[in-house]
Design a protein around this ligand. Structure first.
Ligand code: GLP
Length: 246
């Protein structure tokens, strides 16, 4: 694991954007794995700036999002499809046929999972995947005790995740309880991974991911086994990493 500790959220976002820009310059038809949540918003803002300055072109880029809530239409303000439009896609020249998000409203959810996994394989796999981390150590929506062999699948959200995400909804009862998520195996098949974390509330999960046991109880700990993973954390999120790991 390549661990980069930066001062704050803005520095984390800039550093991650540089790695993404490098990836796109090196391979203009890169397949990117994208994430939602508050963590990658700054990265997307930086990428939009680079695009507007003419430094990168998304015309040949393909993108796959990690996950989507079940039962929210893409027009719902809290759907991840909506989030991606507002925070990235509508500001850059990525082609609509080139970005993909699991459908939360597909009639046959299992079929949708298979379709999504096949689409990633057809694109040749993911070159660079961005990840956030949940306070319980989840990546995507792979909650504690997930099987590491899981591919894209339907997940039941943890109580902590539902509570954490309640801030985006008017009422906690409105938070979806289920989602479709790339599995740990899907994520681990990415050729490169960048995980971002900011803020003291992520410090325990980050410390466990880097310095703890590799265990499904803390899904992100599986990243210790990936050959090309960069963790970019701000000082608060890094504050509990055991010194032997830095
Ligand atoms: C959700 C997403 C994750 C994300 C996590 C953390 O559960 N499915 O991909 O990493 O939230 O969110 P935040 O970045 O807002 O802390």
């Amino acid at each position: 694991m390549n661990i980069i500790i930066v001062k704050n959220y803005n520095d984390m976002s800039r550093k991650a954007a540089h790695l993404f820009v490098g990836q796109i310059l090196q391979k203009p038809d890169s397949v990117l794995g994208l994430a939602t949540g508050s963590t990658p918003v700054g990265l997307y803002t930086e990428l939009i700036k680079f695009y507007k300055e003419g430094m990168i072109d998304f015309n040949d880029v393909q993108a796959f999002n990690l996950d989507e809530y079940l039962e929210l239409k893409p027009s719902h303000e809290q759907s991840y499809a909506y989030f991606m439009q507002k925070n990235l896609f509508e500001h850059i020249n990525i082609r609509p046929e080139n970005y993909h998000i699991p459908s939360g409203t597909a009639n046959y959810q299992e079929k949708e999972c298979e379709r999504y996994e096949a689409l990633i394989a057809e694109a040749g796999g993911i070159d660079l995947q961005i990840l956030g981390i949940g306070r319980n150590g989840h990546i995507g929506f792979n909650e504690p005790d997930i099987k590491f062999e899981a591919i894209t699948h339907v997940v039941q959200l943890d109580e902590q995740t539902i509570n954490d995400n309640a801030r985006f909804f008017d009422n906690i009862d409105d938070v979806p309880k289920t989602a479709i998520s790339m599995g740990i195996k899907t994520i681990m098949q990415s050729r490169g991974i960048i995980l971002l974390a900011s803020g003291i509330e992520k410090a325990d999960a980050v410390a466990g991911m880097i310095g703890g046991k590799i265990t499904p109880e803390l899904p992100a700990s599986v990243l210790q086994l990936h050959p090309n993973v960069t963790i970019i954390v701000d000082e608060a999120a890094a504050s509990k990493i055991p010194s032997k790991n830095i």
